[in-house]
Design a protein around this ligand. Structure first.
Ligand SMILES: [Zn+2]
Length: 156
């Protein structure tokens, strides 16, 4: 199970590389000059083909909190904020390897200082998450209800 843009899903069906399992619940129909076509919501590939995807998982708040399990990287309490390990004001980048979930208190105490300056240590090394389920997490906000039974098979 993976998600693909609608345009790609339609092309896969038109090229007979996939079949429609569920049409879109809104009953939307696409029209071309020669045919009408129910908007697919779930398609099944008829044979394995590689579905290309962006190599790097987009860094979002939701995805970061999932990666770190809502645990503060410094004290393990519940995290509500995003902390740049090397502060942006000190040249730190907004990338997976430099962001961690942090509680408000640690984030506030750390401010724009480096860990060495505070004598703090990270509980975990921040890394780029890998695996197809990370793409689904970022799609949470526009998940079609019809996808639920398929999504359930993906361990998130
Ligand atoms: Zn904390």
């Amino acid at each position: 199970m993976t998600t693909v843009p609608l345009r790609r899903a339609v092309l896969l069906v038109l090229r007979e590389k996939a079949e429609v399992v569920h049409s879109d619940s809104t009953g939307a129909v696409l029209h071309s000059s020669t045919m009408a076509f129910s908007v697919p919501s779930v398609i099944r590939l008829l044979r394995y083909i590689r579905v290309p995807y962006r190599r790097r998982i987009p860094l979002t708040r939701v995805a970061l909190m999932r990666r770190d399990g809502y645990h503060c990287a410094y004290c393990d309490r519940r995290a509500e904020t995003i902390d740049h390990v090397i502060p942006r004001s000190r040249g730190g980048q907004h990338v997976w390897e430099n962001v961690v979930a942090a509680c408000r208190s640690c984030n506030h105490r750390k401010a724009d200082r480096l860990l060495e300056e505070l004598g703090w240590k990270l509980r975990v090394t921040p890394t780029v998450p890998r695996g197809i389920h990370w793409r689904l997490i970022n799609g949470d906000h526009h998940t079609d209800p019809l996808w639920a039974p398929y999504m359930a098979r993906v361990k998130v």
